[in-house]
Design a protein around this ligand. Sequence first.
Ligand code: AMP
Length: 492
Amino acid sequence: MDTPRTAQCTTASFPDDDHFHDECGVFGVYNHPDASALTALGLHALQHRGQEAAGIVSYGGKHFHSHRALGSVGDNFNSGEVIERLEGPMAIGHVRYSTSGGTLMRNVQPLFADLVFGGFAIAHNGNLTNARTCRRELVEEGCIFQSTSDTETILHRIATSEYRKVLDRLTDALCGVEGAYSLVALTRQKLIGVRDPAGVRPLVIGKIGDDGHVLASETCALDIIGAEYVRDVEPGEIVIFSKEGMKSLKPFAKQKSRFCIFEYIYFARPDSVIEGRNVYEVRKNIGAELARESHVDADMIVPVPDSGVPAAIGYAQESGIQFDLGIIRSHYMGRTFIQPSDAIRHLGVKLKHNANRAWIKGKRLVLVDDSIVRGTTSVKIVEMMRNAGAKEVHMRISSPPTTHPCFYGIDTPDKEKLMAHNMTVDEMAKHIGVDSLAFISHDGLYRAVGETGRNAECPQYCDACFTGEYPLPLVDKEGDPGPEQLTLLSED
Ligand code: AMP
């Protein structure tokens, strides 16, 4: 680093509001003539990580170009004109998923700023847990925030850093933030990728053509453009692609890696390989573990599509009970989760799933789903199975009970709205209306990802949503981040 800086590594945490929630996918290309087109394709493959907004920023040698919009990648990057305008051999992109409120154009990423060293674009997957505290400090110093996104704190910290070089500024900025981040950033000369020291969110490196490099949240986004998987960005690593090739820095204090186990259970795409493990295989393993842990005599294993399918296959193979599609899903509805109100969410479940009556009537079913969050989906699905004439309905869940919210980038409701926070498993079974209900055990889940069990002293993964053990400090939440700074909550 070239000059010292006064900034201390503060710890504060995450607000109990909706404004900072983000659950996203990131992508970047260095040195390819079709960088923006490849980025649009990559974002298509990452669409499951966020459907509310999408954006691409490219650098064409003289200028940066940006296209950001609310809605899906397909809706916004479907014209040759848009892609042509996003010229240049370097580009980064982002898909965003946020909770109710806060879906504002100014929050759509990548964020871009003209800084003292030139243009800088950044896209972020994860959540900073001291964003609000940082923001207050920065606003007191005179920074003018344009968005309500936690990512902007990183941008301002880079802008106000006393270091000279971009990488030193970035490192300095990141030393002052807490929480989960997988970042891609673009300067005039460099594509940069960073994973937080605990490596909570995924980020992988790929290669395309002779000299092209790619960064992506998941390997499925490399596959779509025919890029070759090189390796995962390591926790706490900064990778830089420039004329000099690829460089790697490890500037942060070493920390135990705590990858998010929920990425394996639900969030990532099943065809992705994360940290050397195929997500589909992990999900099947969980299903097999579930079958061993909580076997029940039944006629048919029925997945709740789509997220319950791999675990249901694993359950069926292990138990020897027939697997069948007793529920058919319409693919023309979004995920139930993205509907803003409980009432609409209920309706969404009906629109999304339908009982395959002819197969269900008179059968003893084991329904397999990946998680119970609010419980809305389960209540509706079970009612649907009963109405279709099922004789018995047993439910098996391929995650432990979700008892705590996530502050690191997975959208979960407040504790009070989590069914498993408010009820025991028996109470949940009664409420949902099933003959029996079982969740995978903590150790069973860890076995499914290749461990011998959960290391209680030092868990191998972040499983805070199931245990309440948060590996990264919840600074804003536990501290006093000061009054709400975000006042412009809607815009045209
Ligand atoms: P619920 O009706 O709230 O219990 O929702 C449970 C369903 O939502 C599960 O079957 C999952 O497929 C899905 N789900 C779980 N977690 C999330 C999440 N963070 N974002 C979107 N969908 C989720």
